[in-house]
Design a protein around this ligand. Structure first.
Ligand code: NAD
Length: 327
């Protein structure tokens, strides 16, 4: 028996076309154990903590398919001891986030929000709406991993000149004409800088007052990675002095801690994160800053990829041909 937890009605209907299972919209800890104690496989989400105590109550369990990239909600050591295998969804939204970065870039370069606001008010004047082309502009990509690679692919389509900085070079981006340079060189030569590195002790506040000093006057900054890559105070100063022309931010400093994006679709974390976004008033009310609510991953296709990969992971279990195994 396969048992799914935290699945919405729509997801249940879709999954049922491919797999027989028992579905619960609740967290695994809110469902009486008697209803799933014979489960051989379970599919869970990041809120479903799978610990020793729970595993002790599931003697027949052989497989866990988590509908997430992260798996730190599952006690892997305890699973290993019991011979329980675990699969995850390693990636689902790289092109999705890259497309969002360009949505922000084009919205700023062509002043789309202001243009639409004005036409809705019946003002069809072109006054003050002159934008600029992406073609020929220098794009500085910081972090050329999964998302950064798609950003390079799209930028190449726009005929941008692409500079990149990464601690680990990605040979797949060579075909897009990407030139790896030092961070300082990227700062000084880029017309647009887009951030795709993870948040860690080395990347925290990598955009700060001293790095902004090194940038071209009128640089555009795009951040779809994590808010803490940018020191907000330095960003505001840079915008005030026109050193930075504009910024497109899908993420803000001081967002509530999230492990991964799909969590944002869950009710409790969403309220918390949107609240913080709204509180980020200084940036929110500026015409030269566009903010989206950590929404870059949120496309129909990306969400479908999570469900489809989970279905494949479970089919793999049924055929004893495991895929996307973590252990
Ligand atoms: P990834 O791990 O594939 O790529 C990250 C890249 O950053 C790697 O190439 C790595 O070498 C590089 N890197 C690490 N440290 C660096 C440093 N100090 N300087 C420069 N580069 C460095 O990750 P990804 O899938 O491309 O995702 C990138 C980030 O995007 C994630 O860490 C996450 O924070 C963010 N993200 C945001 C959304 C969203 O909806 N806004 C969705 C998914 C991911």
């Amino acid at each position: 028996m396969i048992v799914f937890f935290e699945v919405k009605k729509k997801e249940q209907k879709y999954i049922s076309k491919f797999l027989k299972g028992k579905f619960f919209s609740e967290n695994i800890h809110d469902v009486p154990i008697s209803k799933f104690k014979n489960a051989e496989a379970i599919s869970v989400f990041v809120w479903d903590k799978i610990d020793k105590e729970l595993l002790d109550k599931l003697p027949k369990l052989k497989f866990i398919a988590t509908r997430s990239t992260g798996y730190d909600h599952i006690d892997l050591d305890e699973c290993k001891k019991r011979g329980i295998k675990v699969s995850n969804v390693p990636n689902y939204g790289q092109n999705t986030v890259a497309e969002h970065a360009f949505a922000l870039m084009l919205s700023l370069s062509r002043k789309i929000p202001r243009t639409i606001e004005r036409t809705k008010e019946g003002n069809f004047s072109l006054q003050g709406l002159t934008g600029f082309d992406l073609k020929g502009k220098v794009l500085g990509v910081i972090g050329t991993g999964n998302i950064g690679e798609h950003v390079c692919r799209i930028a190449n389509g726009f005929e941008m000149k692409i500079l990149a900085y990464d601690i680990c070079k990605n040979k797949n981006v060579k075909k897009y004409g990407v030139k790896y340079v030092s961070l300082d060189k990227l700062f000084s030569l880029s017309d647009i800088i887009t951030l795709h590195a993870p948040l860690n002790e080395h990347t925290k506040f990598m955009i700060n007052s001293s790095s902004i000093k090194k940038m071209k006057k009128g640089v555009m900054i795009i951040n779809t990675s994590r808010g803490e890559l940018i020191d907000t105070t330095a960003l505001v100063k840079g915008l005030n002095s026109n050193k930075i022309c504009c910024a497109g931010l899908d993420v803000l400093e001081n967002e509530c801690y999230i492990k991964e994006e799909a969590q944002l679709l869950s009710k409790n974390i969403k309220e918390c994160d949107l609240q913080v976004a709204v509180e980020n008033n200084i940036l929110l009310h500026r015409d030269d800053v566009l903010i989206t609510p950590h929404n870059a991953f949120n496309s129909k296709e990306a969400l479908m990829r999570i469900t489809d990969t989970t279905i494949k992971n479970l089919k793999g279990f049924l055929k004893k041909r495991y895929i996307n195994r973590v252990i």
